[in-house]
Design a protein around this ligand. Structure first.
Ligand code: ATP
Length: 463
């Protein structure tokens, strides 16, 4: 089972403290969200799992953390200033502002307003998605000399550091650079909770290869990411590959495959249930070329007169110099978090006939690994023992102590937030130095000696 719709996750998130509406006490800010105590833990677990898999478990990827605001030339030569736009249309009937490429068409091929159904729309005009800002103490807000952008992707900060990383890490092809960080896009139609927001976080790899190895490396990353996505608890039945058509490809891409997740299971048309979780592009040698001082056009003029470096690569084995091709797997933290929560969502009926929510997160993803609960909070010895156990567990795993309700309520709360194990200290614990460990998914209980507790939990969490 998985969540029937995004709304279910929105209310669970609010109720339990995963995600809140941003600036809520001032009425919110369109499509902005804040991550609460559990949301930040889940997001950190996703980032940790990705970084472990990408940087630590391989031998050919280095990490970086580049600036959000870069020299404007980066966006000039990357093509973002001229081409990073969506086709914007206005509905003349209901005044809605829409992204044309996301609209359905009628039998005559006319675009239909997704708000009111009218086909009376304006012609499309390009709307640049980059957020603008100014640098320094400028006299006018539109001073072109001070104009800068918030990065709309983390990728460019990697390309402009290609030579730095290559020289300092003494790498040879193939190798990659990984980065996790915020990106900003002034989206025309944000929405669907954290699926599309104007501020979001990306996890990107730029993997540099010889041109003739690009196609196979691309396929390798597509397959690899399926495995990683499964490993964090997202099942294959809710995933689908989408091969972008020639018309859809970005100007730099030779081939792009998107991995889609079933974010909208409530939609009747199965095709429409899926939307993009991540994209994996073969960006060719476009990026390193456009940021290099060397290449010249047909008339012998430098294509990039502002760059001070040549980002070509010298292959000492073949004595060849060339611009590496780049394979880019790019995945959003926020969409991954939403997919992980949707996939883990389950309902179960207890013996009283009440429906309980269980978030069956993989232990690695769970914000809290163990909750230590006192059966009687008015008995100081029990409380003291429970608090001591929490302290003992904490260096090995994220553990919490909770005495804010009866045991049934406490179990239900931990099930809903995905805590794999509850540890209950009762009257007998004082006598036999043992506790009851309850399994989130089976609701089975086992008596475990306090001396064995840490080892027992660490073992179970690793499976
Ligand atoms: P879309 O077609 O949905 O606008 P995109 O193809 O423009 O996405 P990419 O540029 O490929 O997205 O970005 C890589 C990843 O970053 C996406 O697969 C997604 O996970 C994430 N992402 C992109 N834009 C947003 C956004 N506005 N809000 C949340 N995540 C985003």
């Amino acid at each position: 089972m998985s969540a029937p719709n995004i709304e279910t996750i929105v209310s669970l998130s609010k109720r339990r403290g995963f995600v809140y509406r941003a600036s809520d006490i001032y009425g919110g800010l369109g499509s902005s969200w804040d991550y609460g105590p559990l949301g930040v833990e889940l997001a950190n677990n996703i980032k940790k799992a990705w970084w472990n898999w990408v940087v630590y478990e391989r031998d050919d990827i280095e990490g970086v953390d580049s600036s959000i605001i870069l020299n404007r030339n980066v966006w000039k030569y990357s093509g973002h200033e001229t081409t990073f736009s969506d086709p914007l249309v206005d509905c003349r009937e209901c005044k809605a502002r829409l992204r044309q490429d996301k609209l359905d068409t009628d039998a005559e091929g006319k675009f239909i307003c997704s708000n009111c159904g009218s086909t009376n729309l304006t012609d499309p005009r390009p709307f640049n998605l980059m957020f603008r800002t100014t640098i320094g103490a400028v006299s006018a807000d539109d001073d072109p000399a001070a104009l800068a952008y918030l990065r709309p992707e983390t990728a460019q900060g990697i390309f402009v550091n290609f030579k730095n990383v290559l020289d300092t890490s003494r790498r040879k092809l193939p190798f990659g650079i990984a980065q996790i960080g915020k990106a900003f896009r002034n989206e025309v139609t944000p929405g669907n909770f954290i699926f599309r927001t104007r501020e979001f976080e990306q996890m990107e790899i730029e993997y540099f290869v010889k041109p003739d190895e690009a196609a196979s490396a691309h396929q390798h990353w597509i397959d690899g990411f399926h495995g990683w996505i499964n490993s964090i608890g997202i099942s294959d039945v809710n995933l689908k590959d989408y091969e972008q058509t020639k018309e859809e490809l970005a100007h730099y891409s030779e081939r792009t495959v998107d991995i889609l997740y079933r974010f909208f299971p409530e939609r009747g048309d199965e095709e429409k249930q899926f939307d993009e979780l991540m994209g994996i592009a073969n960006r060719t040698d476009y990026d390193l070329r456009v940021h290099s001082k060397k290449p010249e056009d047909a008339e012998g003029k430098r294509i990039n007169p502002d760059s001070t470096e040549d980002l070509s690569y010298f292959d000492s084995a073949t004595n060849e110099r060339f611009y590496p091709y780049i394979i880019e797997p790019s995945i959003g933290v926020n969409r991954t978090l939403l997919a992980v929560m949707m996939d883990a969502y389950t309902e179960k009926t207890n013996e009283k006939g009440e429906t309980r929510v269980i978030l069956k997160l993989r232990p690695e993803m769970a914000p809290i690994k163990a909750a230590v609960l006192p059966l009687a909070k008015n008995k100081p010895e029990i409380v003291e023992m429970a608090k001591r156990l929490k302290k003992d567990l904490q260096p090995s795993m994220r553990a919490v102590y909770d005495d804010t309700g009866g045991i049934g309520k406490l179990y239900a709360r931990q099930d809903e937030i995905g805590t794999p194990f509850c540890v209950t200290v009762d009257h007998e614990s004082l006598e036999d130095n043992a506790v009851t460990v309850r399994n989130r998914d089976t609701w089975e209980q086992e008596r475990v000696s306090v001396d064995q507790l840490k080892e027992y939990l660490v073992g179970k969490l690793a499976t």
